[in-house]
Design a binder for this molecule. Structure first.
Ligand code: ADP
Length: 289
């Protein structure tokens, strides 16, 4: 399972990510946490990111893309991951697409936690109070002033990703104003439903692909038979020239079809159907509740 959690600061991404880690046995990759660790360790990246983060602005794309690219390549990411806080800009999303493609991977879903902005300040204040109570170091950027800057950069740079992933049929929007438990249950419900649908689709399309293999094989055999001149029993021998010409044209076509496996006639339709089904299903998942 490969997921993205999308939502403004205070939406509950971190909390829900931890629960998803437990449920799906995948890892959480939080760019915010990685950057805070880098700041603490005073690495080159940390030194570069420190002031930017404290001001509530975004760290340059190439820095976070570099971090994620290295992290995704590690063995513990093989089973899957939840990206929390990444991507945060359209160029980051495009870089992620390219990165996943280069690893032969794809995203399962983008879970957007939608919350009222008015609730966010209160949530962050509560988080700060709880952290102080536990004796934990409070984040430098968890002040009302910096929070409003973080919200502004979310609106300007990250919110366009809602459209980006909705266009790519990956978006699942969850009402983040419910209780933590309710949000967890709702995320699980939509992801379980999504997994079940994807399994069904995969099973269907593999059943549909099966005959295509046979026909490509059969076409290849036919081509081999027709283009083997030394054999005494070629079918062309007994044909009229016109029929022979037709046969050789057909053979040419078959050869091309054999070179471009299954795609030509067989795979296109199911692929369209798959997209349709996923689209229908996702619409039902998010709207038809
Ligand atoms: P939030 O609670 O705002 O979601 P995070 O812990 O995810 O906070 O991130 C904290 C800060 O780290 C951000 O305000 C930003 O400066 C930096 N940061 C984290 N992820 C990214 C990213 N993908 N791109 C750019 N900057 C990032």
């Amino acid at each position: 399972m490969r997921l993205i959690l999308l939502g403004p600061p205070g939406a509950g991404k971190g909390t829900q990510a931890l629960r998803l880690v437990d449920r799906y046995h995948i890892i959480q990759l939080s760019t915010g946490e990685m950057l805070r660790a880098a700041v603490k360790a005073e690495t080159a990246i940390g030194l570069r990111a420190k002031d930017i983060m404290a001001s509530g602005a975004l760290v340059p794309d190439e820095v976070v893309v570099g971090i994620i690219s290295d992290r995704i390549a590690e063995p513990d990411a093989e089973k899957g991951f939840i990206l929390d806080g990444f991507p945060r800009t359209v160029p980051q999303a495009e870089a992620l697409d390219a990165l996943l493609k280069s690893h032969g991977l794809s995203l399962d879903a983008v879970v957007e936690l939608r919350v009222n902005e008015s609730a966010l300040l209160h949530r962050v204040e509560k988080r700060v109070a709880q952290m102080s109570e536990r004796g934990e170091t409070v984040r430098l950027d968890d002040t009302p002033e910096v929070l409003s800057k973080r919200l502004a950069s979310y609106r300007a740079q990250t919110e366009p990703l809602v459209h980006y992933y909705s266009e790519r049929r990956k978006l699942l929007t969850i009402d983040g104003m419910m209780t933590i438990e309710e949000v967890t249950a709702e995320i699980q419900r939509v992801l379980d439903a999504l997994q079940a649908t994807e399994k069904k689709i995969a099973a269907k399309s593999s059943r549909r692909r099966a005959p295509a293999k046979t026909s490509v094989k059969a076409s290849a055999k036919a081509v081999a038979r027709q283009s083997a001149p030394a054999k005494p029993k070629t079918s062309q021998k007994s044909k009229t020239p016109k029929a022979a010409e037709k046969a050789s044209k057909t053979a040419g076509r078959t050869k091309t079809a054999a070179k471009r496996p299954a795609k030509a006639k067989t795979a296109k339709k199911p692929a369209k159907q798959v997209v349709k089904n996923v689209t229908k299903r996702r619409t039902r998942l998010t709207k038809g509740r």
